[in-house]
Write a protein that binds this ligand. Structure first.
Ligand SMILES: *Cc1c(COP(=O)(O)O)cnc(C)c1O
Length: 227
C-alpha cells in the first residue's frame, strides 16, 4: 500500500509549497480511501463514468480534479461536484462548463491545457489558440458572461522522453505561459501551474510547478494499456 511512498513524496513537496494531486484513475475506492485517511484530499481522474462512480462512494470533502479529454456532452455529469477541470482545451468546452456551472449555482476552477510536448497525439492549446481563447473569454466577460468559470491556471504534459533537457525546456515554456495568463486575467487570481508526473516531477519542481499530478509513484504501476 502507498503509505511510505505518500509520506516520502509529501516530505519532498511540502517545503516548496507544491500541492499534490493523487492520480487515482484505475485505482479502487479502497485504495483512494487509504490516502484520504492519511489526509490527502485532491484526487485526479480521467474518465467521466469512473469518476462519477467513485465520487458517490467517497466523502464529500474530496476535491475531484478532471484531467482527461472531456467531451462537451459529458460536462453536465461532473459539474454538480467537480472541484477543478484541468483539461480545458477549447472555448466551446469552457462555455459549456460555464453553462452547466450556472445550473448548479457553482463556480468551477479550470486550467487551460497547453500543448508543450513534441508528440502530436497529445491534447492541448498551442500558443495561438491560447491567445484567441483568452481574447474571446475577455469579450464574454465584458458582456457579463462566462462568470461561472475561474481560470485558475494551466496544465501541460512534457514529451515522453528520457532527455531531461527537453523536458526542462518544455516546462520552462509552460511556466512562462502561466505567467502570461496571470497577467492577462488578474481578477481570476491565477495560482495553479499543474505540471510534473511520476517520471518528471522533480524537473517540474525546478521549473516552478505549483501542483504535481502523481499516479504510479503513489499507487504502483497501472495495468491497463490505454491509461
Ligand atoms: C495518468 C496521468 C498522470 C499520472 O501519471 P503517472 O505517470 O502515473 O504519475 C498525470 N497527468 C495526467 C493528465 C494523466 O493522465
Amino acid at each position: 500500500m502507498p503509505f511510505s511512498a505518500y509520506l516520502e513524496l509529501m516530505e519532498k513537496l511540502s517545503p516548496g509549497g507544491i500541492r499534490l494531486l493523487a492520480v487515482s484513475k484505475t485505482k479502487s475506492v479502497e485504495e483512494i480511501r487509504t490516502l484520504y485517511e492519511l489526509g490527502q484530499r485532491d484526487f485526479g481522474e480521467n474518465y467521466v463514468q469512473e469518476l462519477v462512480e467513485k465520487q458517490k462512494n467517497l466523502p464529500d470533502d474530496v476535491r475531484w480534479h478532471f484531467i482527461g479529454h472531456l467531451q462537451t456532452n459529458k460536462v453536465k455529469n461532473i459539474t454538480p461536484f467537480i472541484y477543478m477541470i484541468q483539461s480545458v482545451d477549447r472555448l466551446k468546452l469552457l462555455l459549456e462548463i460555464d453553462k452547466q456551472a450556472e445550473k448548479s449555482q457553482r463556480t468551477i476552477n479550470c486550467l487551460l491545457q497547453i500543448h508543450i510536448a513534441r508528440e502530436e497525439t497529445k491534447f492541448g492549446l498551442d500558443e495561438d489558440e491560447l491567445k484567441s481563447l483568452l481574447d474571446a473569454l475577455i469579450s464574454f466577460r465584458e458582456a457579463g458572461k462566462a462568470g461561472r468559470v475561474r481560470i485558475a491556471g494551466c496544465m501541460g504534459m512534457a514529451s515522453l522522453t528520457d532527455n531531461k533537457e527537453i523536458i526542462h525546456q518544455e516546462f520552462t515554456r509552460l511556466h512562462a505561459i502561466f505567467e502570461m495568463i496571470k497577467k492577462t486575467l488578474p481578477s481570476d487570481h491565477v495560482d495553479t501551474l499543474s505540471m510534473g508526473m511520476s517520471s518528471d516531477y522533480q524537473i517540474a519542481a525546478a521549473c516552478g510547478t505549483t501542483m504535481v499530478r502523481i499516479g504510479s509513484l503513489l499507487f504502483g504501476p497501472r495495468t491497463s494499456a490505454n491509461k
